[in-house]
Design a protein around this ligand. Structure first.
Ligand code: DGY
Length: 307
């Protein structure tokens, strides 16, 4: 970035905050936000005349008000594709750790509570043979399906559009047009959809109530897709067996109710956190800015309503 542009870097990795963002929006031609930078309509209205590009460092763009950006004729780009495999790895880890109670085991060992192998010690469930339901069968959903099929899970998915037969055949995936119907038919549910107005609290109390009491929920997409209070209630009441969460509705806040439950694996939004992935995301940001500077349509331009 330094070689190519006159760049002001936020060196210490901390969010700029509203005032810092407002100042950057006033002064820059291009701003590179991350998912912790909420750029709402109010902030974007205050952007300087010269601001023309938001080159997001990340795939999700739900923290950016796309209509407000469009109204100001500000181009928005993101970094899709390069964090697919890393995120899918983490989803698989969440599935394995949740169903096999590995987090509980690790916590008890570190707390000095382990007093030896026992026939009934921390028995979870066998993963192979279970039915996995995937909500959102885009790049990440499909990468999860490939991994899960290798673990002998049967694959079910709900997506607006059915995938081509050859893609379904790769993992033997079954399409469910009706999400509600799929919820009662799976043992593990993985959320892999983007957060949009249509997916906000998609998993609410009613839908969580349609899941089997023996089922697990895994979310490495966006916290806002699951109603956290409803999830906590379902887990507390034993209406769900457990959950693996890498994302939360009001990050970095994690509800105390969830922290207190044993049958949960909780991670601090680290699905894409590999050095390889972060470098590739940076390369994409630079390629997008470079194309825009050269007057070419950036390769990862986000269209309003894209998600
Ligand atoms: C993204 O890029 O939107 C991811 O959530 C980062 O992990």
């Amino acid at each position: 970035m330094r070689e190519l542009f006159d760049v002001h870097l936020n060196e210490d990795d901390h969010p700029l905050g509203r005032d810092g963002l407002a100042a950057a929006l006033r002064e820059a031609d291009v701003l590179v936000p991350t998912l912790g930078d909420q750029l709402d309509a109010g902030l974007l209205r205050g952007a300087g005349e010269r601001l023309r590009l938001l080159a997001n460092f990340g795939a999700g763009v739900d923290h950016l008000d796309l209509s407000a950006a469009k109204a100001r004729r500000i181009v928005v780009t993101n970094t899709p594709g390069v964090l697919t495999e890393d995120t899918a790895d983490m989803v698989l880890a969440l599935i394995l750790w949740t169903v096999r109670r590995a987090s509980e085991g690790e916590r008890s060992l570190r707390a000095g509570e382990w007093d030896g192998w026992k026939p009934h010690g921390l028995t979870g469930h066998r993963v192979g043979g279970k039915a996995l339901g995937i909500v959102g069968m885009g790049r990440i959903g499909q990468a999860v399906a490939r991994r899960a099929a290798a673990c002998r899970l049967s694959i079910h998915y709900h997506n607006r559009r059915r995938l081509p037969p050859e893609v379904e055949a790769e993992t033997g995936a079954t399409w469910w047009a009706d999400l509600d119907a799929m919820l009662g038919a799976v043992d593990i549910l993985s959320i892999n959809a983007p957060h949009t107005p249509a997916t906000h609290h998609l998993l609410d109390a009613r839908r969580l109530g349609l899941m089997r009491t023996s089922a697990y929920l895994v979310n490495a997409a966006r916290g806002e897709i699951v109603d956290e209070d409803a999830l906590a209630e379902a887990l507390e009441a034993g209406r769900l067996a457990g959950a693996g969460l890498d994302v939360f509705e009001h990050e970095p806040a994690v509800p105390a109710r969830l922290l207190g439950l044993p049958n949960l694996v909780l991670l601090p939004h680290m699905g894409s956190a590999t050095m390889e992935g972060r470098l590739a995301m940076g390369d994409k940001v630079i390629a997008n800015i470079r194309a825009w500077v050269d007057g070419i349509r950036p390769p990862d331009q986000v269209l309003e309503g894209w998600a």
